[in-house]
Each structure stands twice: as structure tokens, then as C-alpha cells.
Design a binder for this molecule. Structure first.
Ligand code: CO8
Length: 295
């Protein structure tokens, strides 16, 4: 995608103002974009009205408080620019789209930290699910739990056809439970029975299996992922914005309202659940398992 304007976000800490500067396309290509503090890059092509967000938070794009804060700031900025009509979310890391919520934000943390973290997770979901932009997840790697949620929250999902990648809400495998709005988003996408099976068993699906139940809309060869995403984006953008946006709102508002009117109670539920000794023990065991698998 030819770039006429690009943004690089440089937020190191939540709450800090983003230092952004519109730069020319040649500057973007020549500029080193792998700064240690940067968790994602956002390139906006004014000529097409489409932005591409590339997550690049090593090692696995886990959704930490810092990550989510930066993500939401970027999203808000794009949303405020009326010339931006579409957003493609993808990963710059090999093999991983996003490993989901950062488990370390939920393990060994104070109730206050857990609450602040959960509010940021809610915010990410609310912002993407209700976005006026067309949102496409270009899933070029594994996408468990919160990574799957982020994809489900978009309007369209295209996954790289690589059997080593998987996607799904696998929370029960960690001994935790996907909250009602994760479940609702999944039901809205793949229906009640598929969701019941997927959530109860904590299933992770290969791209082919995910396509079969409608968890993704399309699978394509990995080297065609971005080109296909751009083509699909063009199709969505051919529909008049107001008609598409009203339709989106009609489909999603009841689900959004359910959380929006219960945010505080949902935070309290999360905090009291996640700080239980038994749940902390499960998370500890899961982290150990991840370490052992690596060794
Ligand atoms: N959070 C924090 N650290 C993580 C996470 C994570 N989600 N995933 C992986 N890591 C860490 C690993 O521990 C490892 O750390 P270290 O280098 O210090 O040993 C490092 O990242 C690299 O991990 P891998 O070696 O496993 O990387 P691979 O490229 O081999 O595999 C995967 C990538 C497939 C993403 C793999 O790491 C994996 O399966 N990760 C676990 C994913 C997962 O299960 N996520 C669930 C998170 S929970 C969630 O999103 C929703 C929670 C809802 C809460 C509801 C409660 C009420």
C-alpha cells in the first residue's frame, strides 16, 4: 500500500501523551521503527482512507496495560480523523498475531492493578466493537484468548492458511472463564452451539477448522494476506459509510450496551475472581507449563 501519510506512535507509558508527527512516505520507509518503547506502528494512507496497525510488542504481542493504552490512543486518534474510514490490524512478529491478555498483568498483582488492567481490556473491546471505521483483522499467526477476542471484535477476519497457527477462546484451559462479553462476541460470530463447545473445552482451531465454524471469514496463503485484506477493505468501503455504520450499530448495540451499563460490576467480578488463591494457582501452573514447553 503506497503511503502518503504515516504515523508512528511513541508512547512508552500509559497516561503519557503520544508524540506523533505526520511524516512523508519516504521518511517512513527510511526511519527505524523498532524503538524499544514502541508496541505498534500505525501507517495511514490518506489516498485510500485506510490505516494499517502492526503490532510488534516482543515477544508475543501480549495485551498488557501499556499495550492496551497505546492501542486505544491510536484508535481514538484514527477515529477522530474523518478521512480515516478503515483499519487493518495485523502483527509484525513472526508466527504470532497476539498471545492474548498479558498473564503477568493478572498474576501476583494487587486488586487495584487488576482492576485498572481490566478497565483497559474493556476499553479496547468497546472501542473496536463500536468503531465507525471498517475493521479487518489480518491474522498472520496464533491468536489465542484475548488475541481471538481482538479479531472477533473486527468486522472481518482473514487468517493466514498455516496449520501451525491457531485461534480460539481457550480460557478454560488456563482454569479461568471468558467473561460474558467475550462469550457474546463469539456467539454473535459463530452461534450458540459452536460457542458452547469452544468455550467449555477451551478449543483452539486451525485456520481450516476456524473457517468451517465461521470464526474467520476467509483463509489465504500467508503472502497474500495483506493484499487480500486491502481488496476486502475496498469492498466494505464501497458501501456508503452512514448505511454501513447504522447497520453495524443495529447489530452490535445490544451487546455493547450490556457491558457499557455494567462496567464497574464487571471489573469487580474480574478482580474478585482473578485474585482468588485457586485461580492464582492455575495461572502459576499455566505459566510454568509455558516455560517447560519452551525448554
Ligand atoms: N502473557 C504473558 N506472557 C506470555 C503470554 C501471555 N499471554 N504468552 C506467552 N508468553 C510468554 C512466554 O511465557 C514466554 O516467556 P519467556 O520467554 O519469559 O519464557 C514468551 O512469552 C514466549 O512464549 P513462547 O515461547 O510460548 O512463544 P511461541 O512463539 O512458541 O508461542 C504462543 C506463541 C502460541 C502465543 C504461546 O506463547 C502461547 O500459547 N501463549 C499462551 C497464550 C494464552 O493462553 N493466552 C491466554 C491469555 S488469557 C486471555 O487472553 C483472556 C483472559 C480472560 C480473563 C477472564 C478472567 C475472568
Amino acid at each position: 500500500m503506497a503511503l502518503r501519510a504515516a504515523w508512528r506512535s511513541q508512547c512508552a507509558l500509559p497516561g503519557l501523551l503520544c508524540q506523533r508527527s505526520p511524516v512523508s512516505s519516504s521518511a517512513v520507509h527510511s526511519r527505524n521503527s523498532t524503538s524499544a518503547s514502541s508496541k505498534m506502528s500505525v501507517d495511514f494512507d490518506k489516498s485510500t482512507g485506510v490505516a494499517v496497525m502492526r503490532m510488534k510488542s516482543l515477544p508475543v504481542n501480549s495485551l498488557s496495560l501499556d499495550f492496551l493504552t497505546e492501542f486505544c490512543i491510536n484508535l481514538k486518534k484514527l477515529e477522530m480523523d474523518k478521512s480515516c474510514r478503515g483499519l487493518i490490524i495485523t502483527s509484525s512478529l513472526p508466527k504470532v498475531f497476539s498471545a492474548g491478555l498479558d498473564i503477568l498483568e493478572m498474576y501476583g498483582k494487587s486488586p487495584e492493578s487488576c482492576g485498572e488492567f481490566w478497565k483497559a481490556v474493556q476499553e479496547m473491546w468497546l472501542k473496536v466493537y463500536s468503531s465507525n471505521m471498517v475493521t479487518i483483522a489480518a491474522i498472520n499467526g496464533s491468536s489465542p484468548a484475548g488475541g481471538c477476542l481482538m479479531s472477533l471484535t473486527c468486522d472481518h477476519r482473514i487468517m493466514a492458511d498455516n496449520p501451525r497457527y491457531s485461534i480460539g477462546l481457550n480460557e478454560t484451559q488456563l482454569g479461568i472463564v471468558a467473561p460474558f462479553w467475550f462469550k457474546d462476541t463469539m456467539v454473535n460470530t459463530v452461534g450458540h452451539r459452536n460457542t458452547e463447545m469452544a468455550l467449555a473445552l477451551g478449543l483452539l482451531y486451525s485456520p481450516t477448522e476456524a473457517l468451517k465454524i465461521g470464526l474467520v471469514d476467509q483463509i489465504v496463503a500467508e503472502d497474500k494476506l495483506m493484499a487480500t485484506s486491502e481488496q476486502i477493505m475496498a469492498k466494505w468501503l464501497a458501501v456508503p459509510d452512514h448505511a454501513r455504520q447504522i447497520t453495524k450499530s443495529m447489530m452490535r448495540k445490544p451487546t455493547i450496551d450490556k457491558l457499557a451499563s455494567n462496567r464497574e460490576a464487571d471489573i469487580q467480578n474480574f478482580v474478585s475472581f482473578i485474585t482468588k488463591d485457586s485461580i492464582q494457582k492455575s495461572l502459576h501452573m499455566y505459566l510454568e507449563m509455558l516455560k517447560k514447553r519452551k525448554a
